[in-house]
Design a protein around this ligand. Sequence first.
Ligand code: CO
Length: 259
Amino acid sequence: MIALKTERELEIVAENARLLREILVELAAGVEPGVTTGELDRLAERWIRAAGAAPAFKGYQGYPATLCISLNEEIVHGIPSDRRVIKEGDLVSLDLGLRRAGYYADAAVTVVAGKISPEARALMEATLSALRAAIAAIKIGAHVSDLSYAIESTAQRFGFYPVREFVGHGIGRALHEDPQIPNFGPPGFGPILREGMVLCPEPMIKGDPLPVRILPDGWTAVTGGGSLAAHFEEMVAVTPEGPWVLTDWIGEEIWAKRN
Ligand code: CO
């Protein structure tokens, strides 16, 4: 069952998405060599609470922090720490969620601390393009796996591999609602998109095809071959006018600002 949001609900979800965007833009601006991931996590929690919202990830299935910060070969669910110092050239994925007025918001961006390598640049362009293609596939009557195919085929075209072990999702009264949105697969399958759905496509793209591994902390997912991984996620409502990007292309804005 996929929840369809009323106009009134969409207004709340859109406002939450704007708040999340604002905080994530500020956090991304703070990513530079010498900053610890623990500091960024404390800022995220303070800003979320100051806005009258609550962290969405903290306590979710036991996750211990507000932000997920995943560096280089880490893909998602990296746990912030005061001992983890961001270094020159690090590829830094920030994934943040909040809850306010009974509804969730969730988005992710990847930025590079300091100077970007040609390898990281190619991966970033591939992942942004994959998300752009997924969003372009969002229209009433399309199938969920049209997004999956858009992500996988774009990654392939750039010579990279989509992460198969994690999915995008619907969002609303729960952080993760139906439908699941795999980052690979043929088009034309899965539920049909309808007006009022809110989706979080979240391509995670990497440089090797090996299965993902989970570190002994029980959370951090890393590439099997040690290659770099990037991650972008936006919140998108399905409307008769097409995709409404509630997080207003946060990944594109941050990328354009820094590169
Ligand atoms: Co998500």
